[in-house]
Design a protein around this ligand. Structure first.
Ligand SMILES: [Zn+2]
Length: 226
């Protein structure tokens, strides 16, 4: 490289603080990109950037390729909004599952946590969040209307099968409960059984962090919502 400071700064200036950046532009850009990630501060972003600079070209390109691939190939299932690289997703396409029973969750991470219990034989619907007036998130920002459409038109449901039961597996928080109640009212009008996970889950907890045994109990002891 023609820029004499490059190799030196790569080795020893990871935490230097100056108002004008001491790094080549490309390094600054990489630090800026890392710093946009959740939970990554400026210091950590610099450490990651220097790790990339030190790693082999093959490793660095592997990371860059993985980022490109995930954006190119992974999308939301057009039926359940699970993350998938095929549409419909493998769960919606699986003929052995009870596709008339939909377990409604907030995020793909919750779906994965519940799926790992191995106890839910039905399919899922990912709402992509919960209603939260304080954060300006209303029903129209979620996939509620898509869920109702699956119930109203069996052709829109996984495998074209008629929905007979909807189970709510939202986080046991104020917002999760509120969202479930709002949807339950709509769904009951359609003569579909509405139930929810048993209340063994600690109030305010996040499903993705609840241990598997507790989740399994909550699934098996699901309660009808009257
Ligand atoms: Zn799906």
């Amino acid at each position: 490289m023609s820029d004499g400071r490059t190799s030196k700064s790569v080795r020893e200036t990871g935490d230097r603080r100056t108002s004008r950046s001491p790094y080549p532009r490309a390094v600054d850009e990489l630090i800026d990109q890392f710093a946009k990630l959740p939970g990554i501060g400026r210091r950590t972003a610099e450490r990651l950037a220097f790790h990339i600079l030190k790693s082999s070209e093959k490793e660095a390109m592997g990371l860059s390729q993985a980022v490109a691939d995930v954006k190119r190939t992974v999308r939301h299932c057009s039926i359940c909004f699970n993350l998938t690289d095929q549409d419909p997703c493998p769960i919606c396409s699986d003929e052995r599952r009870e596709r008339g029973v939909i377990l409604v969750v907030e995020q793909p991470k919750d779906l994965i946590a519940l799926e790992q219990t191995g106890l839910h034989r039905g399919v899922y619907h990912v709402l992509m969040g919960h209603v939260s007036p304080l954060d300006d998130i209303g029903p129209e920002d979620l996939t509620m209307s898509e869920l109702l459409r699956r119930i109203d038109a069996p052709a829109k449901n996984s495998g074209g099968i008629k929905v007979t039961e909807v189970v709510f597996g939202l986080n046991p928080t104020l917002e999760g409960d509120g969202t479930a109640l709002m949807l339950a009212d709509e769904i009951r009008k359609r003569e579909v059984t509405v139930s929810r996970l048993a209340r063994g889950l600690p109030s305010g907890s996040q499903l993705e962090y609840v241990n598997k045994a507790v989740l399994a109990d909550a699934l098996q002891g699901r309660q009808k919502m009257e």
